[in-house]
Design a protein around this ligand. Structure first.
Ligand code: SF4
Length: 303
């Protein structure tokens, strides 16, 4: 703040959040995240709704669940009288209308059933959407669900300049909509196509083809390296679609496809940062961290 000669010591919400992000990116594990420099959803680890309540989305790896997990979510929904349970576009389950003071208890109950935060509120890895792939689908060429789960286990908890979505489709029919994700993997008979820079938002942008690889290990290396390049070089709040349009696909290809040493180094830095960022924020707060944030305001009468 001093070096940048900020006008006021507190800065503005945009500057504070951007600076917090850059420091976290450059010094993972050393810099201490400042919750006061985060937007409300990231501070509350849930999405605020129009009536002031919150929505809670547990992580469901690769969008694959089972009866025990569904039962645990149903138990939480009943216990906290959740009026609406919604399946999201990213293949997750959203519990709506949770009061702020109930969030740590809800998270604690979900933790007990094995869930961690789905980061549906974060400028971070959101979800890895998958199709059923070759195990079930007659058109499937590879294990898209298995690869989606591995990809999500590697990337969850990572902070990025803006939200980051991944999808894995088991064949070019593309049922997981990989072509409108920040990173989309399309399985083919001879391996995996990697596509980047898609966006299904206000201005739809179809991904650009980055490269084709033969093994899951290569997919994971490209995924980590691409995320790291994006998080190190994009501007805060810049989605991959806008970043790639600004720097050009050729630049990204040159850094990742044309330079294997650099790709391995980027992937290494991504994994290093993951060592300290894969901590479930829900578990920490269910155990009492930032307790005062979730306590209802005490109103005193005047006079
Ligand atoms: S993308 Fe292909 S493999 Fe996956 S469900 Fe659709 S048709 Fe089947």
């Amino acid at each position: 703040m001093e070096v940048l000669e900020w006008n006021s010591t507190d800065g503005c919400p945009s500057c504070r959040s951007a600076l917090n992000y850059y420091l976290l990116c450059v010094w993972p594990g050393e810099y201490k995240d400042d919750p006061q420099s985060r937007y409300i959803n990231e501070r509350a680890h849930a999405n605020i709704q129009k009536d002031g309540t919150y929505s809670v989305v547990p992580r469901i790896w690769g969008g694959v669940t089972n009866p025990q997990e569904l039962r645990a979510i149903a138990d939480v929904a009943e216990k906290y009288q959740v009026p609406t349970v919604k399946i999201t576009g990213g293949q997750r389950i959203d519990l709506l209308d949770i009061k702020k003071q109930d969030l740590p208890k809800v998270w604690g109950d979900l933790n007990k059933a094995g869930f961690v935060s789905g980061h549906a509120y974060g400028k971070s890895l959101r979800t890895v959407k998958t199709c059923v792939g070759k195990e079930w689908c007659r058109f499937g060429t590879q294990d898209s669900t298995g690869l989606g789960i591995k990809t999500e286990k590697m990337t969850w908890g990572s902070w990025t300049p803006a939200k980051f979505k991944i999808a894995v489709s088991g064949c070019p029919r593309n049922c997981a909509e990989a072509s409108i994700k920040d990173l989309g993997i399309v399985c083919v008979d001879s391996g995996y196509e990697i596509h980047v820079g898609g966006n299904g938002g206000i201005k739809v942008r179809v991904t650009d083809f980055l490269c084709k690889v033969e093994t899951e290990a290569e997919v994971l290396e490209y995924t980590g390296a691409f995320m790291q390049l994006y998080r190190e070089e994009a501007r805060y709040l810049e989605r991959t679609a806008h970043w790639i349009e600004r720097v050009g696909l050729n630049y990204v290809k040159q850094r990742l496809v044309g330079d294997p040493k650099n790709r391995a180094a980027l992937h290494g830095r991504f994994l290093l940062s993951q060592q300290t960022s894969q901590v479930d924020p829900w578990a920490e707060r269910a155990a009492g961290l930032e307790k005062e944030q979730f306590e209802p305001l005490k109103l005193h009468s005047v006079g």
